[in-house]
Design a binder for this molecule. Sequence first.
Ligand SMILES: C[S@@+](CC[C@H](N)C(=O)[O-])C[C@H]1O[C@@H](n2cnc3c(N)ncnc32)[C@H](O)[C@@H]1O
Length: 222
Amino acid sequence: MDSCRIRVADPCKPLECAAVYDPERPLEVEVGCGKGSFLTSRAAMHPECEFLGIERMLERVRSFERKVARLGISNAHVLKLEALYTFHYMLPLHHARRVYVFFPDPWPKRRQQHHRLFGEKFLDALWLRLETGGRLEFATDHEDYFHAVEKCFAPDKRFRRVDPMPRPPEVWTEFERMFRAQGLPVYSAAWEALDVPGAPTELPPLTVPPELEPRQERDEEE
Ligand SMILES: C[S@@+](CC[C@H](N)C(=O)[O-])C[C@H]1O[C@@H](n2cnc3c(N)ncnc32)[C@H](O)[C@@H]1O
């Protein structure tokens, strides 16, 4: 079977989706999909839909690839890239029906918090990629980050808070299993993208600190 890993020449250009999957089919995206246990099992349960994992660590991308090969599925794909770039430049406009962000790195120290995924730039790109009525599903073990994300969405008129999806143990991610086994609390929330006529449909070029830019050279490691 062909590898499910999508090779990208330029992370600042739209992804040529049609070369990878049928762009007419619904799309679900997981940010920081890790080793892929959630997304690949969901892909196996929903053959009518396409699934795209975004993960920057090579070893985890390789685990994702192995799972896809083991399951023998053709509707799960993975991009080894920075999530912010992928959302800003690469994903198709208003097409994803679900975006999952489960247990993102919390960057707990104040001086690290600019590394956090959730912020104005991510919400702008997220809204452009979700279809109207599409949902972001979020879970974390980190209470402070949870409240920071709630605060980020609260004033944004492009999103409405909704009940999070049920996540029974069989769909827990690797980190969720680990945190629950340690008895840690898990905080979950979801937001739905609304139709907002007149909201900008284009984003200005992304400016981020150099350390947050995609590290193309690491993509070449084999
Ligand atoms: C704490 S782990 C959680 C993994 C998985 N979601 C789970 O729940 O088991 C966070 C994952 O997100 C990835 N990650 C963090 N920031 C990312 C970013 N900006 N772009 C892509 N992947 C990212 C990390 O490499 C790591 O695999």
